[in-house]
Design a protein around this ligand. Sequence first.
Ligand code: 5GP
Length: 199
Amino acid sequence: MKIRKGMIIIVSAPSGAGKTSIADAVIKNDKNIVYSISTTTRAPRKGERNGREYFFVDDKTFKTMIKQKKFAEWAQVHGHYYGTSKKSLEGTINKGKDILLDIDVQGALKIKKQYKSAVMIFIMTPSLKILKERLIKRNKDSMETIKIRMANAKKELSYMDKYDYLVLNDKLETSIKNVESVICAERLSVKKIKNNIKF
Ligand code: 5GP
């Protein structure tokens, strides 16, 4: 039997919907899934390490990388550049490993256009009211930033119907299981494996 090519799993969510906690758990529980480390021009936050959460570069370096076609996709999000390395993405799936991309809606659509079998999962809180409450409760942002994040969330929600799956993050444990179930089902999809399996 031929090894199957790895699967591209895209996870997008408005800020505060709990995407990072879900993605971290899914990766921790499944050794066949690799996290795609993006490159960004935003400054590292407290506790972030270069090469772990992101590769942090300046604007000039990022623009050079665009010219050199190093990105499978890139986008400007909240005023900063973010991009997915083409080499790392293709290297991972060619080894038969799945790769999880935590990227915004613009990037998700760009990836889907090039890699038709990518699975797109949208994560959202059960309501916008709950999203706002979570943003206030986590105490990371000013009211001004929360307003911007809420306006962005409404914009991002308008892309939801382009996604394959919606996970409403009410209880974290359930949402982790739901994302894992989607991945499990996609791995078994005959449509997806038919080109990779020879008996
Ligand atoms: P943060 O700066 O809070 O880590 O991420 C901000 C937003 O940028 C999130 O929505 C995240 O999913 C998105 N993002 C992170 N990496 C990439 C990337 O490589 N490409 C795109 N298009 N978006 C990204």
